[in-house]
Design a protein. Structure first.
Length: 385
């Protein structure tokens, strides 16, 4: 088993392809547009690239997360892709994210020219060390056709310890022209749903919000986790890389388990989460607002929530309903009754104790609301379960 120290050293070391790219970058030559090179220079680069692929030690475990090792038989460091609207389109098949393979981990090529692209899978891009720059191009659909038109553009600079989730279909490019280490975790859409979203009940508002944000074809947004517990997140990423490259019999299951833990840890830091700026500014506060309600639902009032997030009562309710489809009062009521349902199933607390615990001081009112929601009184519900 590789040690964390071995893995860290490898991640920071320039691989043979990156050394070629660095040389080209320092001499102002773009290997993505070889037409700009004269025949002599082009032949020289082809010879070097051929030597790189021939000489590289493919038996070394960690080679599999080098971006250029995805297609070692080609002289180009990028696999051939389909083109869509002047950008590269990547499919699940390009990274073998099918037939049971649910995730792929790639260290981003340093010194490679930035290339606008989109993909069918979900990408988690983590700044292991240094920093990087992302550019994004959203799409807007016309009313009378399914074709996409160029939409809003935005960019973000990320530093060490920060992570971004990029949904399928969002055109973007990343620029790394130094020795910063960026780890890209490519996740099958179904795997993301089963590993991450299954930890949130389907009726949970946070589930619905993330589902809409990541899977909606009408309105996609990248999600940035800017202030995370850097040491803890870094350890999980390292462990994930180590398990991925070892290829043990149960490695894929272990990786999915670690990925699930990683998502839950990210959720703990959701108060420092932000959405892409092409969405309304108010959308940035919905995830932390939902989490705050979940933590304080027993005694929370609309006035308190409005003060906490610096809105008027009317504005906060309108914004919440716009992005979640329900009012704040309706959500708090549903949350209280769901918590009560769980206590009836999994505790020996009396109905009166449960009523008080979930925020109902009037037990008669609690029983009435529970009956309206579940079609029976709390005692009947407990007896039937």
């Amino acid at each position: 088993m590789l040690t964390k120290q071995q893995t860290e050293l490898f991640l920071k070391e320039l691989d043979p392809m990156e050394r070629v790219l660095k040389y080209a970058h320092e001499h102002g030559e773009n290997l993505n547009t070889t037409a700009s090179l004269d025949t002599k220079r082009l032949d020289a680069y082809k010879a070097v690239l051929s030597y790189v692929f021939k000489d590289y030690d493919w038996n070394y475990k960690l080679h599999k997360i080098c971006a250029f090792s995805q297609n070692p038989t080609e002289t180009s460091h990028e696999p051939e892709q389909k083109t869509r609207d002047m950008r590269t389109h990547m499919t699940h098949m390009d990274y073998s994210l099918e037939n049971g393979k649910n995730l792929c981990i790639v260290r981003h090529n340093r010194y490679a020219p930035a290339q606008m692209h989109d993909h069918e899978f979900i990408e988690l891009s983590y700044v292991f060390s240094g920093n990087c720059h992302h550019d994004f191009l959203a799409s807007e659909s016309t009313n009378d056709t399914k074709t996409s038109l160029p939409g809003h553009s935005s960019s973000v600079d990320m530093s060490e310890g920060e992570l971004i989730i990029i949904p399928p279909g969002m055109a973007h490019q990343i620029a790394v022209y130094d020795e910063s280490v960026i780890i890209n975790i490519l996740v099958n859409r179904n795997t993301f749903q089963s590993v991450f979203l299954q930890n949130l009940p389907s009726g949970n508002l946070l589930y619905q919000f993330f589902w809409k944000m990541i899977f909606s074809e009408e309105e996609s947004s990248y999600l940035i986790f800017k202030k995370t517990d850097q040491s803890q997140l870094r350890d999980y990423i390292l462990q994930l890389v180590m398990e991925y490259v070892e290829e043990e019999p149960y490695g894929p299951q272990v990786c999915e388990h670690l990925l699930g833990i990683l998502f839950l840890k990210l959720m703990e830091s959701a108060k420092e989460t932000s959405l892409s700026p092409h969405l309304p500014k108010a959308a940035e506060r919905i995830a932390p607002m939902i989490l705050y309600i979940q933590e304080n639902y027993q005694k929370l009032t609309l006035e308190e929530l409005a003060r906490k997030f610096h809105y008027s009562r009317a504005n906060i309710n309108n914004i919440f309903k716009k992005f979640t489809g329900t009012t704040i009062r309706q959500y708090i009521k549903k949350l209280r009754l769901q918590k009560a349902e769980g206590l009836l199933q999994n505790s020996r607390l009396s109905v009166e104790e449960i009523s008080m615990k979930v925020g109902y001081n009037d037990i008669s009112y609690f029983i009435e609301q529970f009956r309206i929601c579940y079609g029976m009184t709390p005692l009947q519900y407990r007896k039937n379960k």
